[in-house]
Design a protein. Structure first.
Length: 529
């Protein structure tokens, strides 16, 4: 089994912006506060101490205790909630949608990265406390993004109507999915554990938010994870001044528009709106827009005068929901947070926000790219060794992988580079002769050079095609293996659900990942289960 690994930058699965961020390119340095090194947390702690409103701590702890009232939690989680009331306690946060049964595998990697970082920080800065937070995206409304999960290539989908914040949805209809799912799981102790986990999370639970909290708590309670639902009136009351400024001054729109102008070399991740807030009720989540002197709720007949909307904000702040642009600010206002851990897409849109944070007077957190991993079975590991594959090859696009292996295993040379160099040298001499005799021949020489170079390239392609046919069976084994490890030519962590691997490893899956993942490492973790 090859022991070499591959960095995120060389994997081919990260954007130029993320590669530049990881490489700390100077072109991006003005868009973040501090790069994620263990030493940089010292100044981040000092900044957050000065910037965070300590009065929010009491409200935060009170809200968390209420949200955990009906869940059995570990002493470590309970202790972490209590620690949040202390001024020397800080959080490390990740956020994720309420995907059905956790959705993609990287849900686990996000949370484990978060927990592991708190432990590393405690060792480095023992006089402080660090609490891992999972911020549930309960106010999202894109139900189609979260209503399914994949298991061994099959899609299990929750068919339900949804128009409001997904966290408020009831879990009606999920028993039917379990009935189908358990047939695929088969028998055995691990299969039974998965069934119990699903049923425990979703049966007789009044909302998707509470169900997701219960599921995440079951998976991570022994590590002290604290889960928060910020769709809460008490928490939003602390955000009222920021909402008011957004409504009246369009602050985030102004600053992010300017930032995007300075980030033109990269694709835009998120475009701001003039007002980056939604109006929400149980079955409604629509944008707040300002037209002709009136605040309107998009796609409804609901309207407010300025005074009317501001009065509603004071009495019912829970009706105001930050969109993707303002959600990070809301998070950093109510949490004593030092670092946000997310995927490449998330870090990319956070990089748009620093100037907005400065305008609102809020400390900008350290941004850390979550861990990524590739999980193997022992059988797959043996196949990799037998087929003499390395990780650089396996992470390649499939056509490139095939071409590399054909050239590697072919008994005759397929690469005509030497012949092309020799041809170029010959024509270089002809160019010299043409220049010395009659320059009118130069065009003819160039045309002949292009023709013969093209001929060599065509011969090379034909040889390659012939050799592919000759080694068809061996190449098929390579393709099948890559398809197993990279389903749909994508990263495993974006396609598979944790249950697929839990079926093989049981409860040890989380502990194995916990032992192997290093939140500050920027290499793919390769783990054989």
């Amino acid at each position: 089994m090859p022991t070499d690994c591959i960095s995120y930058q060389n994997s081919g699965y990260f954007t130029p912006m993320m590669n530049d961020y990881l490489n700390q390119k100077s072109s991006l340095q003005s868009f973040y506060n501090r790069f994620p090194t263990i030493e940089n947390f010292e100044n981040q702690i000092k900044e957050k101490q000065q910037n965070y409103n300590p009065k929010i701590r009491e409200i935060l702890v009170s809200v968390l205790n209420k949200q955990y009232e009906n869940i059995s939690i570990s002493e470590l989680t309970k202790n972490n909630i209590d620690l949040l009331s202390k001024e020397n306690t800080f959080t490390i946060t990740t956020g994720h949608q309420l995907n059905l049964f956790t959705g993609p595998l990287y849900f686990l990697y996000k949370i484990i990265s978060t927990i592991k970082l708190t432990e590393e920080l405690k060792k480095k800065y023992p006089s402080y406390n660090f609490v891992p937070i999972y911020w549930m995206a309960t106010e999202d409304h894109d139900f189609d993004e979260i209503n399914y999960f994949n298991f061994k290539g099959k899609k299990f989908k929750w068919n339900k109507e949804s128009s409001g914040p997904v966290g408020r949805l009831t879990t009606d209809g999920l028993q039917e999915i379990l009935s189908v799912f358990e047939k695929e799981l088969g028998s055995g102790s691990n299969a039974n554990e998965i069934k119990k986990l699903f049923e425990s999370a979703y049966a007789n639970i009044n909302s998707l938010a509470n169900a997701t909290r219960k599921l995440a708590n079951e998976l991570f309670e022994s590590y002290g994870l604290v889960i928060i639902d910020a769709d809460n009136s008490e928490l939003k009351s602390q955000f009222i001044p920021y909402i008011k400024e957004e409504l009246l001054q369009n602050t985030s729109f102004k600053f992010i528009s300017e930032t995007l102008n300075n980030l033109k070399k990269y694709p835009t991740q998120v475009n701001p709106r003039e007002i980056n807030l939604f109006y929400i009720e149980d079955n409604l989540r629509e944008r707040i827009v300002f037209e002709a002197g009136i605040f309107k709720i998009n796609n409804t007949k609901i309207t407010f005068s300025q005074n009317g909307l501001l009065e509603l904000l004071e009495t019912n702040p829970e009706k105001f929901s930050p969109n993707v642009i303002l959600r990070p600010l809301y998070q950093e206002v109510i949490l004593p947070n030092l670092c946000y851990i997310g995927g490449g897409g998330e870090i990319a849109y956070w990089l748009e926000l620093k100037s907005t944070f400065e305008a609102f007077g809020c400390a900008f957190p350290i941004l850390l790219l979550r861990n990524s991993a590739l999980l193997l079975t022992k059988k797959q590991e043996e196949k990799i060794e037998k087929l003499q594959l390395n990780w650089e090859q396996l992470f390649s696009k499939q056509e490139a992988l095939i071409n590399i292996k054909v050239k590697e295993i072919s008994e005759i040379p397929i690469d005509f580079s030497e012949q092309k160099i020799a041809l170029k040298k010959q024509f270089s001499n002809l160019h010299t002769i043409a220049n010395q005799t009659d320059k009118s021949f130069l065009g003819a020489v160039k045309a002949q050079e292009a023709k013969q170079t093209k001929g060599l390239e065509n011969l090379e392609k034909r040889f390659l095609k012939a050799q592919k046919k000759k080694y068809e069976l061996e190449l098929e084994r390579i393709i099948n293996l890559q398809n197993e490890l990279f389903p749909n030519q994508s990263l495993q962590e974006r396609q598979a659900n944790f249950s697929e691997f839990y079926l093989e490893s049981g409860k040890t899956l989380v502990s194995k990942l916990f032992n192997e993942l290093d939140p500050l490492d920027t290499n793919f973790t390769i783990l054989t289960l």
